[in-house]
Unconditional design. Structure first.
Length: 300
């Protein structure tokens, strides 16, 4: 079986890199948590790459406080004051990593809107696409991966629902930025959307084969965030691991990976929450070991 690259999430703090390095994990997706990168985060990143052979392939735009909850930068946020600056600051950091490692780096941005909303507003062509293109022209070694948000947040519903919404916006962005964007499938967000629909309608519509087919209708998948829910995906239930001790997880992971094998061979970030981010990433390891138990050859 072909080797699959697996990434662990980490902020750009050396004390968070270190337990992952000690656990034998060097493939990293960076999660930014400050609106602007600090000098120390640049220093810690260079140290991890040069001293410890950390291999960073993805940088996730900052997790920021919006009113009373945390959220991550979505395409529509680029229309708000300060968000384009945050996005450009992220790309500047990713370009720095590209220079250190001698390869292209992916930058993650969320999509909150449906295909219908994008078509009706023409915002990609008129506003958001030009913003993205202006930034990407400054940073030549950066590509975008556009991630599906879940259809609900803490207080309301969004218009985004399935992966066709994401694939469509990627296809429209690529007309402007010269094919520098791909689709990112977050399995937790997809499960949350389908679970919300199931609880409202009684209809179970989650079909991983369709999810992956919709994800690749215009371009290849650029990345998967592999993560789980054990109930509805809110609060402590968000980003759970796939555990052999939890009922249904083995079958769920098999279904996802069967569709993965059929439709893509992209890298995977195991994006799970941890009780202590300064210790060994136990939930990452639990999911990784279950993948290996299912027969997958992983490079971490």
């Amino acid at each position: 079986m072909k080797e699959i690259r697996i990434n662990v999430k980490s902020t750009p703090e050396y004390k968070e890199f270190l337990p992952r390095i000690k656990s034998g994990i060097r493939n990293i997706e960076i999660q930014l948590i400050n609106r602007m990168l600090t000098k120390q985060e640049y220093i810690d990143t260079e140290k991890a790459i040069k001293q410890d052979n950390v291999d960073i392939s993805v940088v996730h735009t900052p997790l920021v406080k919006i009113k009373e909850w945390n959220d991550e930068i979505a395409l529509n946020f680029l229309l708000l004051p300060g968000y384009t600056e945050m996005f450009e600051n992220t790309c500047k950091y990713a370009e720095y990593i590209a220079g250190l490692e001698g390869k292209r780096i992916k930058v993650v941005v969320h999509n909150n809107y449906s295909k219908a909303t994008w078509m009706e507003t023409n915002l990609i062509k008129e506003k958001i696409g030009p913003i993205l293109n202006n930034v990407l022209q400054k940073y030549e070694n950066i590509d975008l991966v556009i991630e599906n948000s879940c259809a609900t947040d803490n207080k309301r519903f969004k218009t985004v629902f399935d992966m066709e919404d994401v694939s469509y916006v990627v296809s429209e962005i690529n007309k402007i930025v010269g094919n520098r964007a791909k689709t990112l499938l977050d399995t937790c967000h997809m499960m949350m959307s389908c679970e919300a629909w199931k609880r409202m309608s009684g209809e179970d519509i989650l079909d991983w084969d369709k999810v992956f087919k919709d994800s690749t209708m215009y371009t290849d998948l650029g990345l998967i965030h592999l993560n789980n829910i054990w109930d509805n995906g809110f609060k402590e239930d968000h980003g759970r691991p796939f555990s052999p001790e939890h009922e249904g997880d083995i079958e769920k992971l098999k279904s996802i990976m069967n569709a993965y094998e059929k439709y893509t061979n992209c890298e995977i970030s195991i994006e799970v929450t941890e009780e202590d981010y300064y210790s060994a990433p136990k939930n990452f390891i639990t999911t990784k070991e279950l993948l290996e138990k299912l027969g997958y050859n992983l490079k971490v």
